[in-house]
Structure formats: C-alpha cells, structure tokens
Design a protein around this ligand. Structure first.
Ligand code: MG
Length: 371
C-alpha cells in the first residue's frame, strides 16, 4: 500500500463528565484523527488518544502529535507499506510513541480492510455479526453514595458489567456498598490504576469476599513481583493494564504468574498488529483478555470494537456507548442495546466522521503530506 495523502483532523469534543488529569479538570478535549488516502483513493481513519498532561505512557497529546507529524508520517512516504508488518518495534528505527503509531497504523488497517471490501473485524479474524456485550467504568467519585448512584444509573441503562475505580482508603467500603447494590451475581470488577504498594497486599486480599471478576493493576507498572505475590495469595484474578506496553512485558508477566487476565489497549501497545499478536499469545497460554478503551470517539471506538470481536478476548471490553462520554459523537453514535454494542456494518471500521463534523468551522483540518 502506498500513501498519497495524510491529513490531521482535530475536532473539539464536549465530555459528559469532566476529564480529570494531572493538570486539571477538562470539560472538552480535541479528538485527534488521522485521515490517510492510499494511491488507489481508499481512505482510512485512525485516532490518537494520547491524553493531555502527564501520562503513564510518557506520551502526552502535544508530544504525540509532534511525533506523528515530525517522525512517523515521513516513514510512510515513498514506501510500499504492508500493514501486517507494522509492529510498533518495526517503525523504521523510530522507538516509542505507541499512541502516535497506533493512530496511523489503525488508519492503514481501515484502508486494508476497505480495499478488500470487508469489515476490519472480519479481516482480523473476529466476528462482525454478533453484538458485543460491553462494560462501563465508574470513577472514584467524591464518596460511596456518589459511586453507588452512578453504578445504579449504569445498571438501569443496561450495562451488565461495571468496573469501579478504587484507591487506598477508598476500597472495601466502596466495593461492599456496590456489591450490595448490584447483587451477588452481577459482573463486578475493580481498577486501582497503580495506587497500592506491596505493603497493602493484605488489604487487597480482603476483597476476595466480594466475588470480583478481577482486580486491575493494583501496583506500579514495573512491580510485577507485587502482582505475582497478590495473584498467589488472592482468589480474585489479577489483571494487568499499565504494566503491559509490549510483547516482552506481556511474556514476562505471564511467565512469572503476575496476572490471570490482561487488558489490551491497542493504543497503549502501539497498534492493532501488536494487539493481535498479544491476543494470539494469550490464547495459546489460556489467559483471559479483554480490550480496554481510552475515551475514544466513534473512530477509535469502532476500531477497538473490531479488535474486541476476536475470540480470545473472553471478557467484556471497556467500550461503552457514545453517550457515556460525549454530548455528541463525531460518527454515527454507538448506542447500547441490552448491554451490547453492535459493530457497524460496512467495510473497514464501518464509520467515518459525519459531514456535519468535517464541515463545522471549529474542526481544524491540516494536510501533513500530499503527493
Ligand atoms: Mg485500567
């Protein structure tokens, strides 16, 4: 495949809930989209979901945009690019920048599927016909009552799996209240986002009595040993997220027994090709996995849903309906139906930005390369 044009499309998105980051609380953010046109006129879309401010991936929105513009787009020019070989580690000598690479690579996968007249899900080996059951994440909230109120709202909306954020001092009381609210059989998970240390393993083992599907990333990303010790002691499955940036880290985590479950975010691991390779590895090692989201608009969401349809992603993805995140999405919205989202019908990822979005004067379109 040869690239004839690359355009950067930035669309302001209004968030339903403020996005809290290290540099403050944001009610809006820009969706950063890449539109790539190949030499036969096929067009693909990708999304860069690097957040603003400091991030565990070491890749902020501003830096990631600069990396796409200055380092990565030039790699795609004057080459015949085979999308199946676009591993994050093989970007012609450019290290890092997983989120920027994923934005461009996922647009290339969209083109690759559209060229074949197939859905991306089908091309990746997934199922594009069955609706996918999806989950929803509930943030820490100001107190237990606030968390319970949101969980209640999500259950009423139809979600059949809820993940609640926890942190030291805001764990057992929150989980006990939520478990009492949703009942014993409801699929409930918790995510600690690295906020504990190994001295708190006893505390985390106490969560066993709540029948959680898993506890996600309790310890620092580098601390596989603490995860291994918790996994050995706890009856609750241990899931890794921030610890897994590449295949070497995944293999180390699985081989040392540091996890029972893995959250694969294609943007975090550098692209769809890496995500599929990790999926295949986890299938071979009989480790459960699921696809995580990073506040994608409809473009990134469609791409993640296609990936999530692969058979080895055995647990529900964190890919909720559009109205969970945005006042209005930039594609046809994803709508929850009995706890499920349908994959868009159509070639590639099955969606494009709406004309009304592309023609909106607040949308900024910049051509980065044109043959
Ligand atoms: Mg997580």
């Amino acid at each position: 495949m040869r690239v004839d044009r690359v355009r950067l499309v930035r669309v302001p998105l209004v968030m339903v809930d403020p996005l809290v980051t290290s540099d403050g609380s944001h009610q809006s953010r820009d969706a950063v989209l890449m539109e790539i046109t190949d030499s036969d006129g096929f067009i693909g879309w990708g999304e860069n979901v690097a957040p603003s401010g400091v991030t565990y991936t070491g890749e902020s929105a501003v830096e990631s945009l600069a990396a796409m513009r200055d380092l990565l787009v030039p790699c795609l020019i004057d080459r015949d690019v085979a999308v199946g070989e676009m591993y994050s580690a093989s970007w012609w000598g450019v290290d890092g920048w997983n989120m920027a690479k994923h934005a461009l690579e996922s647009a290339m996968w969209d083109i690759h599927a559209r060229r074949q007249g197939e859905s991306l899900a089908y091309v990746l080996g997934g199922d594009d016909e069955l609706p996918l059951e999806v989950g929803v994440v509930v943030g820490l909230g100001s107190d237990v009552e606030t968390v319970c109120a949101e969980v209640h709202r999500r259950v009423i909306e139809g979600y059949q799996r809820v993940k609640v954020k926890i942190a030291p001092g805001r764990d057992i009381d929150v989980v006990a209240a939520v478990r009492a609210l949703v009942g014993d059989d409801f699929a409930l998970q918790v995510d600690a986002n690295c906020s504990y240390d190994a001295s708190q393993i006893d505390r985390l083992v106490e969560l066993d009595r709540f029948g959680l599907q898993f506890i996600e990333q309790p310890f620092a990303a580098h601390d596989l040993e603490a995860h291994r010790r918790l996994a050995a002691r706890s009856t609750t499955s241990v899931c890794l997220d921030e610890s897994i940036m590449n295949m070497d880290e995944l293999v180390a985590a699985v081989e040392t027994g540091a996890c029972d479950v893995v959250n694969i975010k294609p943007s975090r691991v550098g692209g769809i090709r890496d995500a599929v390779a990790m999926h295949d590895y986890l299938v071979n090692h009989e480790v459960d996995a699921w696809v995580g989201g990073m506040l994608e608009s409809g473009i990134g969401r469609a791409s993640c849903l296609a990936l999530a349809s692969l058979p080895g992603f055995t647990l529900t993805p964190d890919l909720s309906a559009s109205n969970r995140y945005f006042e209005s999405d930039i594609t046809e919205p994803f709508v929850l139906d009995e706890g499920c989202l349908s994959l868009p019908s159509g070639d590639g990822i099955g969606v494009t930005p709406l004309d009304s979005v592309l023609n909106d004067p607040r949308t900024r379109i910049e051509t980065l390369f044109e043959r």
